[in-house]
Design a protein around this ligand. Structure first.
Ligand SMILES: C[S@@+](CC[C@H](N)C(=O)[O-])C[C@H]1O[C@@H](n2cnc3c(N)ncnc32)[C@H](O)[C@@H]1O
Length: 232
């Protein structure tokens, strides 16, 4: 629990409702050329994955032009998000894309060992710390052994509920990570951290956010992989 007796589920609800309300603004500002996760970072990550591989975009938002880049390079991206408005924008932009509405803190609707790679760009930043272990475990469950995970995070050492920066009167929850904290979470979930890079980026209200781009490999095999869920 954070201050003010706000439960983790309430924090997720703040985030979901907020993104439902700011989806168009986010789309306008970040659909093209997001400074937080660049095309060269995406290409660098894709180069480590097998051609044609399936990539989960967890918290895909409106999906952005990086999504089309994954198709163009011959990969198979699948987006999930729990904001209906964000997903509707993604579906409008990429009618042939594969998108599902789900909460990434819950068991994901895909078979075990399904994806070659997972990208969570600026989405784990909205997950309360007590839900991070299960979220990373659910990522690992659907990621193949030796599959790669890329996280784009806000660097820091706090969890905060704050007024939405777009000024729509709503609240949003942010979780910040240090390199050490995220490394500990990843290790506990069965990942090996392979790189952590840091840089400063100007955000939507002109402040500098310190961004951590973290890559990790799934180094554990599941004991009893199962075939259930959505996918064939
Ligand atoms: C800052 S946006 C990032 C969008 C996109 N990944 C990008 O890099 O531009 C955060 C997205 O994560 C989604 N999100 C946050 N928490 C989530 C959760 N628990 N499950 C699914 N989606 C979530 C939000 O709805 C929002 O679309």
């Amino acid at each position: 629990m954070l201050g003010d007796n706000v439960s983790s589920q309430q924090m997720l609800e703040y985030v979901r409702k907020d993104y439902d309300s700011i989806a168009q603004l986010y789309y306008k500002d970040f659909f093209h050329n997001s400074p937080f996760f660049t095309k060269s970072e995406l290409l660098n990550f894709l180069n480590k994955l097998p051609k044609g591989g399936k990539i989960l975009d967890a918290g895909c938002g409106p999906a952005s032009d990086l999504y089309v880049c994954m198709y163009d390079k011959g990969y198979h991206p699948i987006g999930i998000d729990f904001s209906e408005s964000m997903l509707n924008l993604a579906k409008d932009e990429f009618p042939t894309g594969e998108f599902y509405k789900c909460d990434m803190t819950q068991r994901l609707p895909f078979n075990d060992n399904y994806f070659d790679g997972i990208i969570a760009s600026l989405s784990l930043i909205h997950i309360p710390k007590e839900l991070v272990p299960q979220t990373l475990y659910y990522f690992r469950r659907v990621l193949k052994p030796q599959g790669k995970l890329l996280l784009v995070l806000l660097k820091g050492n706090k969890d905060i509920i704050m007024d939405e920066p777009y000024g729509n009167g709503m609240k949003i929850f942010y979780s910040y990570f240090t390199a050490n904290t995220i490394s500990l979470y990843l290790k506990a979930a069965g990942f090996e951290v392979t790189s952590i890079e840091e840089r400063g980026v100007s955000n939507e209200v002109g402040e500098i956010d310190n961004i951590l781009t973290v890559e990790a490999s799934n180094i554990k095999e599941l004991a009893n992989p199962s075939n259930s869920d959505l996918t064939k």
